[in-house]
Design a protein around this ligand. Sequence first.
Ligand SMILES: Nc1ncnc2c1ncn2[C@@H]1O[C@H](COP(=O)(O)OP(=O)(O)O)[C@@H](O)[C@H]1O
Ligand SMILES: [Mg+2]
Length: 253
Amino acid sequence: MKILVSMGRGGTGKTSFVALTTKYFVEKGELPILLIDSDPDQSLADALGVDFEGEGKKTISELLVETFIKGGGTLIGVPPSERMESKIWEEGLYEGEHFDLIVMGPKWVEGCYCLPNEALKLALGNLAKNYRYVVIDTPAGIEHLNRRITARVNDIFDLIDPSVKSFEHVARAYRIAREVNIKFDNFYIVGCFRFPEDLGSEVESRLGLKFLGKIAFDKDVEAFFLSGRSLLEIPENSPAYRSVKEILGRAGY
Ligand SMILES: Nc1ncnc2c1ncn2[C@@H]1O[C@H](COP(=O)(O)OP(=O)(O)O)[C@@H](O)[C@H]1O
Ligand SMILES: [Mg+2]
């Protein structure tokens, strides 16, 4: 099992990157895949053409509230993480043809309840063992690193735009990931669709991190987003998809 995480500032294409990465794994037959949307904005389901609520699924936030706040104290003897895990299997897991999806939802980001958070981490850890790949979409910024939903990831893909803020973001994200003790194998930099290719080597020398390439600007991505079509259906030769394939190839996938 491998865990991949997309990170970066708002609008850099984190969600598109996760969706196109999913397409890549699906096409290579590298299944099963679990996607986790940890952005309270909840846009990953849309990018994949999934009507999460319409499918009758509940976010992790809702399940945490039901299990620990409203229903507290019931099911004595069942460890909290097991209660949480079975809730997720029953009500929180969207099971699609090509991938499964969990949505964290807003409350999880707002509140900090230690017991539920611990239970959730254990539950997610257990659940993840059933998959070949777990791909996590994150909110903009780096605050979410403090509430890590997993202490161990394989590859972080930090998407950057060509701004000073973006460079600062990467440097801070890298530092914080280490401070909060998230174990990762690789912290990669990926240029977003607004990034000039020739800045790649500068990124490497300024940040001391590996630059995997940039995602090409792609009008299809825009159009798919607007129409709510799944990015899994984007044409094989679409520029953004081709660059994601190259980037993942360079990361060893
Ligand atoms: N490769 C691309 N080419 C053109 N537009 C893109 C590309 N990737 C993303 N976008 C556009 O940028 C916007 C933000 O993308 P998104 O993946 O939601 O970013 P984030 O998750 O970082 O906020 C979307 O509306 C999308 O249309
Ligand atoms: Mg997003």
